[in-house]
Each structure stands twice: as structure tokens, then as C-alpha cells.
Design a protein around this ligand. Sequence first.
Ligand code: TYM
Length: 325
Amino acid sequence: MARVFSGIQPSGVITLGNYLGALQHFVARQYEHEAFYCIVDLHALTLPKDPAVLREQVKILAAVYLAAGIDPQRATLFVQSQVPEHSELAWLLQCMSYLGELSRMVQFKEKAEGKDSVAVGLYTYPVLQAADILLYDTSLVPVGEDQRQHIELCRDIALRFNQRFGDVFVVPEHQVAKLGARIMSLDEPTKKMSKSNPVPASYISLLDTPEQIQKKIMRAVTDVGSEIKYDPEHKPGVSNLLVINSLSSGRSMAVLEEIFAGRGYGDLKKDTASVVIAVLEPIRREVYNILQSTDLDAVLAEGAAKARAVASVTLRRVQEAMGVR
Ligand code: TYM
């Protein structure tokens, strides 16, 4: 059975973009494959973090995973820092990665832009991500569009390693959905919806109340003209709402264009708010239930033990290949 691996950073809130572009696919994949899903707290350290806040966000993200439908009996859910093999493999892979290729990472350039000093960890971040994936002999990595370049780098590192040391790693493929892999910001629909955006109206959080969701969608920036059609280049605002609507309601783009033919942007927004609320409200309620009723530490400890059993075997193989064991 093919292995699936993916991760989400416990930094800030989890957005509708994370859900539609990644998390909902994680849920689907757990029924088809052996799945490992990670809360990547070590990645979150690449930007300054308050320790108490980080701990809290790890718990909330664990609850979000479960509330969205990840079943710890099917998928292995764990926290990255509880499996030390991730850090260790990351070092070994850093010795197989080049300054040039890391400098080309768009996400590094975006996150480092305008900062006086940038942590080295922000630069080597994609190598830790490669370690995450390669430790589990992963074949499929479901991600949003913004992670495509990181997965390609992971493939390059794995291929380079195998060429030098023999067939040690499974070379993974990314799985980027055709629709919804890049949900855009509500206030600037030419930019990605991001949890690190300081403007809360730009994103929908999985923990937003129905009233907040309604307000944010009704205020979403739309485009000139009045026609409702899917045309991301010329109508980025309307197209983003159509994508969100389609993925939340299960109706195809063609059906939505027919439903909204001759109607105004206000109608599209109202309908989109209602279908998004129908998807997110049960998740939000379930997150709070889980935070009160579930022993998340126990779930995560069990996940870490299962993850370690696999990761330690791969790490040993790598160490032996490189001559450090
Ligand atoms: P992160 O935490 O930024 O995002 C988690 C997942 O959500 C997707 N995503 C989106 N999809 C659609 N539209 C958006 N606006 C949107 N914003 C985010 C991301 O593409 C991602 O799939 N480095 C990774 C975490 C990571 C990881 C890994 C992923 C660490 N190790 C190994 C896969 C495999 C990150 O920061 O994702």
C-alpha cells in the first residue's frame, strides 16, 4: 500500500485554504493509503515563537486534525519534535543539499524579504521538510500549490542521495489538487490566503464563528463588471469565491455558473457564506468538544511511537549508507 505523508505548521490559525487545499485531502487519503500526518512544530520555530503559545497551538492543531476527520486508528497523527529522527535526518540531508538550490526557494525569499536578520533555520527549512517525507518511505505528498517547489526539492535530494549511496530512499510525488490548491486572500484575491497575514479579514479561520465567516465573505473584494464566471486571470475575486463555493458545496463550476447566471455578486457571496458555514461550523464545534473531552497527549504519544518505529528504521539505513553508524 502506498504511503502518504503530509504536515501542517502549528503557527497561527488554520485557514479555509489549509482545509480546502490540504486537510480535506488528508482525510480522503487515509481510507486509501497508509497515512502519516504531522504537526510540524520544529518548522514553526523558524520564525520567533512564544513557547506557551506554541504548545497551545500544537494542541489546537491536533484537535483540528481530529475534528476534520483524521482517524488516529487509520492514520498516524504525531508531533514532529516527538520523533527526533526528523532533526537527525535533516542534518544528514543538509550535507547533501546546496546553497544554490535553497536560495531559489520562493517561500524563503518571501518570508525573508525586508527582514534585517533571518534565522538559518528559515533557509534550511525545506531540508527538514524533505527529511519529514523521506523518513516514511512516502510515495504521495498531498499539498497545496505553495508547497510544490519544496516537494520537488525533496525529490532532487532523494535522487541525488540514491545516485551516490544506492537505493536508500523512495522518491515521492506531490499530489496537488486541480481546484483549490491555491485559495486566495479575501481582501486581495491576487495573493494566497495565509494564516500569517496580519489582516484577519483576509482569511477564514477554521475557528471563526458563522457570524465572522458571513461578515468576511460579504466584504470580500470582487471584480469590475457583474458577470459571475470562473476566470481567475480577469476575475480573481469572483473566481476565488466560486472555487470556495464549489469545494464547500460539492457543485461543479459549470453548475455554479448556471445557478448564478444573471444574478449579482451579493447573491454569490450569500450562498458562499452559507455553504462554507455548513462545512466549518461542525468542525469548529468538534474542535472545542475534543479539546475538552479527548486526551490529546495520549493520542499524540501513540502516534509518535508508531511514527518512530518506521522513522528509526529509515534513519538507520541512511546512517549505514553514509558511514556514520
Ligand atoms: P503550511 O502549514 O503553510 O500549510 C499546510 C498545508 O496547507 C496548504 N495551504 C493552502 N492550500 C490552498 N490554498 C491556500 N491558500 C493554502 N495555504 C496553505 C499548504 O500547501 C500545505 O499543504 N512546509 C509546510 C508543512 C510541512 C510539510 C512537510 C508538508 C512540513 N513538512 C512535509 C508536506 C510534507 C507548511 O508550512 O505548510
